[in-house]
Ligand binder design. Structure first.
Ligand code: SF4
Ligand code: SF4
Ligand code: SF4
Length: 247
């Protein structure tokens, strides 16, 4: 009887310890633990999750040990691959072995033809309040680390409003070119990175179909495909402007 009581008591203690451990682990989570970057080729999270069978072949194929499979304590769905750029970024292997080895096309094989510059893993975002180059100190660590230097990440002149005498050279990211490899985040010299790569859906807005870039031929094509069956009633608009009637 005593043995039985001791047995249940030890199980209870273990459960308490596990729960407390999980609770403490949750407390220890930082804001940066609430998001994760997916491997190359997984830009559409919904598509990716519907196809990934959690086999871990991409993780095995990565020569840099960038990728991990999520455990219960990680924010992505358990068993799915992800990486943290500040720990180990994606080194953009030319032959993209992680995509090559994926047996289900969860990592989109189109990138094997289109090459590493077509990847959209995430977007680098600069925090101007902690990036020391915005303080006037000289730093180009992130820019030098960028494999798409001067295209994805440029240094631009900015006037120092505080002294009104000097100019700053500050990092600026081009969202359309940045592939989200995270090499800049790893290279950043501040205690917590002042440049971070976030999943694209966290960063990008959406202009909406009715705004068109007049200087962009591809974007202008959308006008050709637009639904022109609805016409604006100019008579109603004039009456509204003259009489204050409802349109
Ligand atoms: S491209 Fe290379 S470094 Fe990046 S995740 Fe794939 S295998 Fe790893
Ligand atoms: S290889 Fe493909 S299916 Fe397997 S874990 Fe990686 S992404 Fe998922
Ligand atoms: S994530 Fe950083 S290093 Fe990589 S392409 Fe974008 S700006 Fe360059």
């Amino acid at each position: 009887m005593k043995d039985r009581r001791e047995f249940f008591s030890s199980i209870f203690k273990s459960l308490c310890l596990c729960t407390a451990g999980g609770f403490l682990a949750n407390l220890a989570l930082k804001a940066s633990d609430n998001y994760a970057l997916r491997p190359p080729g997984a830009e559409d999270e919904k598509r990716f999750l519907s196809k990934c069978i959690r086999c871990g072949l991409c993780v095995k194929a990565c020569p840099w040990n960038t990728l991990k499979l999520a455990s219960l304590l990680d924010s992505p769905k358990t068993g799915t691959p992800f990486f943290k750029a500040r720990e180990i970024p994606c080194y953009l292997c030319k032959d993209i072995p992680c995509i090559k080895e994926c047996p289900t096309d969860a990592l989109d094989k189109k990138h094997l033809e289109q090459g590493i510059e077509s990847l959209k893993i995430g977007i680098a975002v600069v925090d101007s309040s902690t990036c020391i180059s915005f303080w006037g100190l000289q730093c180009d660590a992130c820019q030098r680390a960028c494999p798409l230097i001067d295209r994805a990440l440029k240094l631009e002149y900015k006037r120092n409003e505080r002294t009104a005498k000097h100019a700053f050279l500050v990092p600026v990211v081009d969202n359309e070119v940045c592939v989200g490899c995270g090499l800049c985040e790893l290279a950043c010299v501040t205690e917590e990175p002042a440049i971070r790569v976030l999943p694209r859906e966290y960063v990008l807005g959406k202009a909406g179909a009715h705004y068109v870039k007049g200087w962009d031929k591809n974007d202008e094509k959308r006008i050709e495909q637009a639904d022109t069956s609805k016409h604006f009633n100019t008579k109603k608009a004039q009456d509204y402007l003259n009489n204050g009637d409802d349109l």
